[in-house]
Ligand binder design. Structure first.
Ligand SMILES: [Zn+2]
Length: 223
């Protein structure tokens, strides 16, 4: 998949950093999500005002390295209607190296996103520490379908990196999410796991009283 298609270019005026609130909610598997995301973003990202915060104007920059900082939080993911990530608290540092013929973008994304444990269904904070690089070349010639290099034409003045950030985060999510990923203080709800196991083995039996809403939901599903 060509990332270049996902990334949005624009000639509108630049905007600066974003500041925001804390994190918190579920998440799980990546493949379908990424596929859907690319469709969604190709259509929409350039028109979303809040995602314009994630545009880097490059025409006025001198050759050399420049740093840009972004906050990736709940508001960021709220712009993606079908995002499995709802809550996050991440810092994204982008080092932009402007050269004569290209721009090299080095991403460092660090922080946490709220994920749902695959074992006990509890929510926990999944730490992420992402390093990625994207190259954008100045050229008016079209690039190949599979080429992961972004093409910057004469009329492009800035790069919107929201799509890249979104993609990097989704790719970085663990294939299996478990509470233990959240650190030493993060543990599965053993009681819940026991109940889930009981549910799996004898789903038709009546269960005793329980006040955990997650359990009530599961009982209904099972019936
Ligand atoms: Zn768990």
């Amino acid at each position: 998949m060509g990332f270049s298609k996902i990334l949005c270019l624009s000639s509108q005026s630049p905007s600066s950093k974003k500041a925001s609130s804390p994190p918190n909610l579920p998440f799980s598997k990546n493949t379908f999500h990424l596929w859907y995301f690319s469709l969604h973003l190709r259509a929409n990202c350039c028109s979303l005002k809040s995602l314009r915060t994630y545009s880097i104007p490059f025409t006025g920059l001198k050759l050399g390295k420049h740093q840009f900082d972004f906050v990736v939080d709940d508001a960021f993911f709220a712009e993606f209607d079908y995002s499995l990530v709802k809550k996050a608290n991440l810092q994204c540092v982008v080092e932009l190296d402007k050269q004569e013929t290209m721009i090299i973008l080095d991403f460092q994304i660090k922080g946490v996103v709220e994920a749902t444990c695959d074992r006990c269904l509890a929510q926990y904070w999944q730490p992420l520490d992402i390093t990625e690089q994207q190259i954008a070349k100045f050229s008016d010639e079209p690039i190949d379908e599979d080429d992961e290099i972004i093409n910057l034409g004469k009329n492009d003045h800035e790069i919107n990196i929201a799509g890249l950030i979104y993609e990097y985060i989704n790719v970085a999510m663990p294939f299996i999410s478990v509470c233990e990923n959240g650190g030493e203080d993060s543990h599965c709800d053993e009681e819940m796991i026991t109940k889930l196991n009981e549910l799996a083995s004898n789903g038709n039996e009546e269960q005793t009283e329980d006040t955990d809403p997650r359990w009530d939901v599961l009982k209904k599903i099972n019936k």
